[in-house]
Design a protein around this ligand. Sequence first.
Ligand SMILES: O=C(O)[C@H]1O[C@H](OP(=O)(O)OP(=O)(O)OC[C@H]2O[C@@H](n3ccc(=O)[nH]c3=O)[C@H](O)[C@@H]2O)[C@H](O)[C@@H](O)[C@@H]1O
Length: 438
Amino acid sequence: MSDTTKQDVLPRPRPRSPGAGFVGSHLTDKLMMDGHEVTVVDNFFTGRKRNVEHWIGHENFELINHDVVEPLYIEVDQIYHLASPASPPNYMYNPIKTLKTNTIGTLNMLGLAKRVGARLLLASTSEVYGDPEVHPQSEEYWGHVNPIGPRACYDEGKRVAETMCYAYMKQEGVEVRVARIFNTFGSRMHMNDGRVVSNFILQALQGEPLTVYGSGSQTRAFQYVSDLVNGLVSLMNSNISSPVNLGNPEEHTILEFARLIKSLVVSRSQIQFLPEAQDDPQRRRPDIRKAKLMLGWEPVVPLEEGLNKTIQYFSRELEHQANNQYIPKPKPARMKKGRPRHTQGASDELNELVWAALRQKVILPEMAGLRLLTALSASGSAFSRNAASRGDGFERGGANAALAREFYTLTPDPRGAGQGRGTSRTGRPFRLLRGSKR
Ligand SMILES: O=C(O)[C@H]1O[C@H](OP(=O)(O)OP(=O)(O)OC[C@H]2O[C@@H](n3ccc(=O)[nH]c3=O)[C@H](O)[C@@H]2O)[C@H](O)[C@@H](O)[C@@H]1O
């Protein structure tokens, strides 16, 4: 599947999921924003604490360092079982571990679902179709998989995981949902992920050759991660127990894709042709009629928009790597009509999440609030608490200025204790509310 981590997210009422990886962390954001209690279970094989750090300290959030290959005893209502590396180099690195995670790990999660009466959603994959002889791939197609090839640990692991789901459904009455996830990309992919999107973007950003395996005539169809997350939640809460494809049907050859990324990055990188990968599927494109009809779901983020966001993300990752720190470097504020404008913070995905939380009156952990303050202070030289309370650093009268005033009246002063409202900086959550009188 498209998650690069081995983890599961369980919200309470009560989902659990591997939430510190690429897909899992985005899913965690959605579930938390929707007001669920979420327990993230991850062994941090490919997941990263950094991806969910903004929820640490929140009363609805719990992070457990655990490997699903071992049984787990917790109380949950829903299980998003995303555990497994999903990038070919990652899952081929330790095929036995990949097999154990997808087989023993899935048995353990189904056992948990049975014990506590939870519904389980399995993140399966387009790889169950192997190198398909039917195009596009609908859920009825049984696939064309080499059972002893280098991809088999993942492909066959996911196929048997699906088999286990339906055995538990038939024999034990466990409620299961199976999402067959097609190629997915977006922020929080690991720099060393090794999949084509991260490879091409990083190569283009660094002026290195874009490595096309084979002739580049093989095709893929890429969906942006937010579309996938909406599809997963919608499937979990539906009554469809048979497998459902989740992917974007817009198909491109890998060579076209390399050229597109080069042009979006405005990069002078060359294209370098390397030997073809063994058993590489030659054509892949989801038939999503079932998801459209039964879930009312289809991808809405255009490819270029998603890629531009991902390019921004990887640029920041490169900056982070160079600085060995997470907080973005201060940039001078842009001036407009003599006033500084908020620039950098608004483009940061996490800050967008914080703004969204403000609007929806979601309680945020202090970590996220402090991170926003840091980003805001980096965004304009005119930053100060007083300036912020007047809405400086934002366009006059803009919605962000109003939100900033509200934010600063309701959060602790990062410069010292005792000023402003809220809690101490020790990690206790604070509540952001609109319209509070001081
Ligand atoms: O991204 C995903 O969601 C999917 O990633 C992988 O499937 P694959 O399609 O092989 O993903 P990539 O490794 O990104 O490869 C896509 C194509 O690009 C090619 N590629 C990859 C990397 C590269 O540097 N250059 C390159 O030409 C590959 O040979 C392949 O034809 C996983 O096996 C799937 O389970 C997962 O759903």
